[in-house]
Design a protein around this ligand. Structure first.
Ligand code: BGC
Length: 557
């Protein structure tokens, strides 16, 4: 026998000896075992039961993913996230960013506008016709280009050069001279990344998530200029008259047709919320330098919350989330996003599968080569498997085989396990999202209802009493003031099977519980949800067009 082999056998003997000793002490001294901390016990169990059953694994997953979703836990987390919002509302340069847009659209804006939409996985150039609130907004023409990984890896101005090429292609299809006339062609931009707005039509680049490297070397530069410079290289004469974050675009597009809209939500590749928020609730330094008189007109302003960046240290993470975060290009940058969006749901499921293959003989203990690569399990597959209600799960098996070659067809037990994992991961995502939205809703209520009082409040006793009486205002009035419709866009919130309903159900529970805790009569709130998720499809291009219409109108005053 060779020396290395002897060594290996000795090591194995040692290992088994240790396991038996551990088991023996567990049986003989159960009290001692009970004294071990959870972590020590887990490590102990890990050493003893390297292999486990799929059922056992499922039980652990159930526990880990469902425990944070008890209403009481969610309310506590919502409170803590609200504290994070409040801190950032006063000082952060990266989130809770006030735009320059203080007025929502009147709904009378009309005209044909060119809209650019830089999303997480597509770049779109569209020609939009606005015909006023009572008539449908029309997408006259649109060209879509996939932003694949190679494009995402373009650094600095190279990305803008690529954008200019796509803009030129689209304009050329409209007319050979379009965008080449003496008067510059006006464009509106919806940008699905953070931006430090410096006017309605300009903003400085902030670090970009979603795997994009375009902010390398361009952070702090003016976004509109970067686009215009790249367009000039192609002799395109264009101006960027409006720049909005995609969440603000969603808010504008829906407010154009539904004047009561005050908040928007994006949940696709990334996530975000924009809200129409009282100016007085925001730290003065956050506004930078504004034109003289800006504050005279602005009682509210559209705030890009960059909600993806919140929840760190509050929302419980599993070991798979930790791995994802640790190996991410920007660890800790967007804690909420890493647990709920289309870019990551597939990866969380994949990381769980990898462990299940290794420790619970999932797929006969063999993981297809293609699934070893990070981010190789697309969230669309996760969505498909979750939507597959057939007893045999044959459609899921067929899709998996098509996308990833398995050495043997996955068994029914394997597929059932996979489906359960998909359900748990997406349900937790809906729960965490609802928690963050609820938190934003509470913050808005606090500042908004407070602001009503502060308008009338003076230091005299009568008005102080009046302020205190806010708590006893008719329940109906309170719930009416607090009810809100949220414009939703993005592939996960609008297309992932059952996701919006699940998130809505959590929101209903949380908001009703909050009102009950405040002592507001629940009967008054039974007419539809207090926080109502309303789909706002195509919001990026439509919202960019609305933004440019508002900007052009303001310019001409
Ligand atoms: C970005 C936001 C964007 C959101 C939705 C996040 O990753 O930071 O700016 O609004 O995704 O697209």
């Amino acid at each position: 026998m060779t020396a290395p082999l002897v060594k290996v056998l000795q090591k194995m003997q040692e290992l088994f000896q240790n396991i038996f000793t551990a088991l023996e002490s567990m049986v003989l001294f159960p009290a001692l075992f009970r004294k071990l901390s959870r972590k020590q016990r887990k490590a102990f169990q890990g050493a003893c039961w390297h292999q486990r059953s799929l059922d056992d694994f499922t039980d652990e997953l159930d526990r880990l993913f469902s425990a944070p979703l008890r209403v009481r836990n969610m309310l506590e987390m919502s409170d803590k996230i609200q504290d994070q919002f409040k801190t950032c509302l006063q000082a952060s340069p990266y989130c809770m960013l006030p735009s320059y847009t203080h007025a929502l659209p009147s709904g009378h804006e009309t005209g044909t506008y060119l809209a650019l939409d830089v999303g997480g996985s597509t770049f779109r150039v569209a020609l939009i016709e606005l015909q006023g609130r009572d008539r449908e907004m029309k997408i006259l023409r649109v060209s879509s280009s996939v932003i694949d990984n190679n494009i995402k890896l373009l650094e600095g101005t190279l990305f803008f050069d690529w954008m200019a090429e796509k803009i030129e292609e689209m304009l050329g299809k409209v007319d050979a001279t379009y965008g080449r006339a003496e008067t510059p062609l006006s464009m509106g931009l919806s940008w699905s990344f953070p931006i430090d707005q410096t006017s309605i039509s300009s903003g400085l680049v902030i670090h970009m998530g979603k795997g994009f490297l375009c902010s390398n070397g361009t952070v702090g530069q003016e976004l509109g200029d970067l686009i215009i410079r790249s367009c000039r290289k192609r002799q395109l004469n264009v101006t960027v008259d409006a720049i909005v974050n995609d969440s603000s675009a969603a808010l504008l597009s829906r407010a154009y047709v539904e004047p009561k809209t005050r908040m928007s939500l994006i949940l696709g590749t990334g996530t975000n919320v924009a809200l129409h928020f009282p100016v007085h609730g925001i730290g003065l330094t956050k506004f930078g330098t504004r034109p003289v008189g800006w504050f005279d007109h602005a009682k509210h302003v559209i705030v890009n919350s960059e909600m993806s960046m919140f929840g760190g240290g509050v929302l419980p993470m599993t070991r798979w989330d930790e791995t994802l975060n640790r190996t991410h290009l920007r660890p800790d940058y967007q804690p909420l996003e890493y647990m709920i969006t289309g870019r990551y749901l597939g990866e969380i499921v994949r990381l769980i599968l990898v462990e299940a293959v290794e420790t619970a003989s999932l797929f006969g203990g063999h993981l297809p080569h293609s699934l070893r690569e990070p981010y190789s399990l697309d969230t669309s597959i996760v969505a498909f498997v979750e939507a597959d209600t057939s007893a045999s799960l044959a459609p899921s098996a067929a899709l998996l085989q098509k996308e990833h070659t398995f050495s043997a067809t996955p068994s029914l037990a394997d597929l059932q396990f996979l489906r359960r994992v998909c359900q748990l991961v997406s349900k937790r995502a809906a729960g965490y999202l609802a928690t963050a939205i609820h938190s934003m809703w509470c913050l808005r209520n606090e500042v908004e209802l407070g602001s009503d009082d502060s308008v009338t409040a003076t230091s005299d006793a009568a008005s102080i009493k009046q302020t205190q009486q806010v708590t006893v205002v008719e329940s109906e009035e309170v719930s009416t003031k607090k009810s809100l419709s949220i414009a939703c866009d993005g592939s996960v919130i609008n297309k992932y099977p059952g996701f919006r309903d699940c998130c809505q159900a959590y929101l209903n529970q949380l908001s009703r519980e909050t009102l009950a805790l405040e002592g507001t009569c629940l009967e008054a709130t039974t007419d539809g949800p207090l926080i109502d998720l309303k789909p706002a499809p195509e919001s990026a291009v439509l919202g960019a067009a609305v933004a440019v219409a508002i900007a052009v109108a303001e310019k001409s005053i």
